[in-house]
Design a protein around this ligand. Sequence first.
Ligand code: HEC
Length: 127
Amino acid sequence: MHHSLRFITTSLFVAMMALTLVACSSDDDAGGGDSSATTRQSKIAALTGDQTAGKAKYEMNCGGCHKVDGTGNTGPNIISGAIAELSVEAVAAVIINGKGTMPAYGSMTDQEIANTVAYVKGQLAGK
Ligand code: HEC
């Protein structure tokens, strides 16, 4: 009698832990990982970027490597050739994740990234 009660209590405890783990892992899926990186860049692409705010971010974070005019320094030219044809989502993904020796700028807010991409693809590219 005593034993079976303990068994039931233990089983309940294990079941509750399992439920908690399931709940926690679905929280994690919403907050991080590769699938949410896709969500983040598409969310950014849906925002309207402010080119004036983006210019300041670009000159502060990107201009050293890509040159203030975008024609490239240690980083490639980003206003002509194939790179200039990248989608807003693709550029946002590079900013979020970095690429090669380019550092990640994922700590910028979605709006700041949208602003930076708008500037790069707009005024900086002469559009
Ligand atoms: C420390 C130097 C450095 C900084 C700072 C930097 N980049 Fe880069 N960037 C690079 C290098 C190097 C590459 C080439 C990466 C590769 O192809 O391996 C690159 C590639 C890119 C590409 C092309 C990606 C592709 O798929 O070919 C874009 C667009 C870009 N950078 C935009 C930016 C923007 C916007 C910022 C500022 C938020 C920035 N970069 C900051 C060095 C830098």
